[in-house]
Design a binder for this molecule. Structure first.
Ligand code: AMP
Ligand code: MG
Length: 337
């Protein structure tokens, strides 16, 4: 039978229209944000039915809220508050134990630059207060007494404190862990393309949904310039990776021309002075979060040395003098302008 060209063209048009009709809503990306863990958490997902995406995003936010209740210093019933109030420590949820285990590992690897026992120091500086002030030396010494990489230990889900007054702060790692968990929930809901961002702690899942205009799209992230607001320092291109930035421009105040920010050097209790910002690209956001904070404290030289201990982790450091320092394979992710 000869091909009936008008019929075939007609069928193709109908098929195309049907495919278009089916794909069109799924192609749209849905984006929602909520204020959780003291920051704006943004979740964007796409590539499938919008109702399914809405359910998945709701569940991911619920997971972050659940973890905030466990890990926040500000919730009196949290594991972190219970540990801080206890004399010797106690049993914690499996999730808290996972965060503490990773945090203690980075604390040890970084020679104590990353420290989970800076709760008193954090309260002393009071960045949450309306008018934070620089504490005096005596107060800093009291807040640092007994802190350090061996001040906490973990056995299964049992956390032990070396001294009763030690207060726990998971602020340098908890947001990253929560983003990892949110991504896990999105995946359980069948989501294959998503971005979760908790104030600079990001995970980029899969690729962005394809559109006729953009057939294959990686996630492209513009990294904030630490000294020029609204300027992009560099653009990176990733899929299935965490991109985490710690910077001295996130939370700070100025006194007599000196910038005081929220990432502390555990050696002296003062804001760490070697860097303006650190971006880490890693497999997990929790690890990226802890390493970004640790490298920020260590500075470019010791920081890049620390990263050599972690395969599959790359970093970009903006030193205090504005110079850029990168790990050997950072260029793998760089988008050349
Ligand atoms: P990030 O924005 O991830 O660098 O985390 C900064 C937060 O981590 C601060 O607000 C503190 O709660 C906590 N933090 C500050 N300095 C340190 C440190 N040296 N080690 C671990 N956590 C820290
Ligand atoms: Mg961090």
């Amino acid at each position: 039978m000869p091909w009936n060209r008008p019929l075939i063209i007609g069928l193709l048009v109908v098929l195309l229209a049907l495919t278009w009709w089916r794909l069109q809503p799924g192609d749209e990306e849905i984006r929602h944000s909520r204020l959780i863990m003291g920051t704006i958490v943004e979740i964007m997902a796409g590539g499938q039915d919008p109702d399914e995406l809405e359910d998945a995003i709701d569940a991911a936010f619920a997971e972050i809220e659940r973890l905030d209740k466990l890990l926040s210093r500000h919730n009196p019933g949290s594991d972190v508050s219970r540990l801080s109030q206890s004399d010797k420590g106690g049993k914690v949820a499996a999730e808290t134990a996972e965060v503490v285990a990773l945090g203690l590992d980075v604390a040890q690897q970084s020679g104590g630059a990353f420290d989970l026992t800076l709760g008193r120091l954090k309260s002393l500086w009071g960045f949450e207060k309306e008018t934070p002030t620089v504490p005096d030396q005596d107060a800093l010494s009291v807040a640092l007494a007994g802190t350090g990489p061996t001040a906490l230990s973990l056995d299964g889900q049992q956390v032990s404190k070396q001294a009763p007054h030690l207060q726990i702060d998971l602020g340098g790692i908890a947001k990253g862990y929560a983003v990892d968990r949110a991504i896990a929930v999105l995946k359980l809901h069948g989501v294959t393309s998503a971005a979760v961002n908790a104030g600079g702690d990001m995970y980029l899942l899969g690729q962005r949904p394809q559109t006729p205009k953009h057939p294959k799209r990686f996630w492209r992230i513009g990294l904030q310039h630490p000294r020029q607001k609204d300027a992009v320092l560099e653009t990176v291109q990733v899929r299935d990776r965490a991109v985490v930035t710690s910077g001295d421009y996130e939370r700070f105040f100025e006194q007599e021309g000196i910038r005081y920010h929220h990432i502390f050097d555990p050696q002296n209790g003062l804001p760490a002075r070697h860097c303006q910002s650190v971006t880490i690209i890693a497999d997990s956001v929790a690890l990226g979060d802890a390493l970004a904070t640790a490298v920020f404290v260590l500075g470019p030289k010791a920081g890049l040395q620390l990263l050599t201990q972690y395969p599959q982790v790359e970093g970009l450091i903006v030193a205090v003098d504005g110079t850029l320092h990168t790990s050997p394979d950072w260029t793998r992710y760089q988008v050349t302008p």
